[in-house]
Design a protein around this ligand. Structure first.
Ligand SMILES: Cc1cc2nc3c(=O)[nH]c(=O)nc-3n(C[C@H](O)[C@H](O)[C@H](O)COP(=O)(O)O)c2cc1C
Length: 196
């Protein structure tokens, strides 16, 4: 069974991002994956405070509702990070979550207690689902390195972007049903590929 964990960084329940993400997850589930979705806005947590304790221990000193989410991430086969573009990048919720993952970076590069070999990386896939209001070149350009950094630190090969730029001109996802169809197909295809 392929375990898929989706982290939704959009604060809007049932908004553009969640609608295409849910379609993606439906496709993934239909293709045989076991799917879990977490909405960051519902997870009360603190921001990274930059104490750098994790550089010594590999462990975050903050224990809160985000702590078990990181444990779930390390046992997922597919990690989906979903975020709309807010002020040209990912949302504050998604950035806060990724900053809290600094202990993974520390384990990889400082304490060297976290190693992902080639075999692990071949079987663990990272997907970014993004939406934006504008449809201009490189609208997701500032988001890509942010999600890439997290996929690298958590042992997922950043394999695919599922992007829906230009929500404004469609009047949102409700005016763009094709985006939902495309997202569902993307979810089905990614899981189908991994099952081969
Ligand atoms: C605070 C805020 C900032 C935004 N900034 C941008 C932006 O810089 N560029 C852009 O293309 N769209 C921007 N948008 C539009 C959203 O990216 C777009 O409507 C997205 O699909 C919203 O997804 P959601 O319904 O999941 O929140 C912004 C929206 C909000 C609420």
């Amino acid at each position: 069974m392929i375990n898929l964990l989706a982290i939704n960084g959009s604060p809007r329940k049932g908004g553009n991002t969640e609608t295409v993400l849910d379609a993606f997850l439906k496709g993934a589930e239909d293709a045989g994956a076991s799917v879990t979705k977490r909405r960051l806005v519902e997870i009360q947590h603190k921001n990274c405070r930059g104490c750098n304790e994790c550089h010594k221990t590999g462990v975050c000193v903050i224990r809160d509702n985000l702590t078990p989410v990181f444990e779930d991430i390390l046992s997922a086969d597919i990690l989906v990070l979903a975020s709309p573009i807010y002020s040209m990048s990912v949302t504050a919720e998604m950035k806060s979550f990724i900053d809290r993952g600094q202990f993974l970076w520390a384990r990889k590069f400082v304490t060297k207690t976290l190693v992902f070999d080639k075999e692990h990386l071949a079987k663990h896939v990272g997907v970014f689902v993004g939406t934006s209001g504008q449809d201009i070149p490189d609208i997701f350009g500032a988001a890509f390195p942010v999600v890439r950094a997290f996929f690298n630190d958590s042992g997922f090969t950043y394999s695919k972007n599922v992007l829906f730029p230009g929500m404004d001109k469609h009047g949102g996802v409700k005016g763009w049903p094709e985006s939902v169809v495309a997202a569902e197909k993307a979810g089905r295809d990614i899981v189908g590929e991994m099952m081969k």
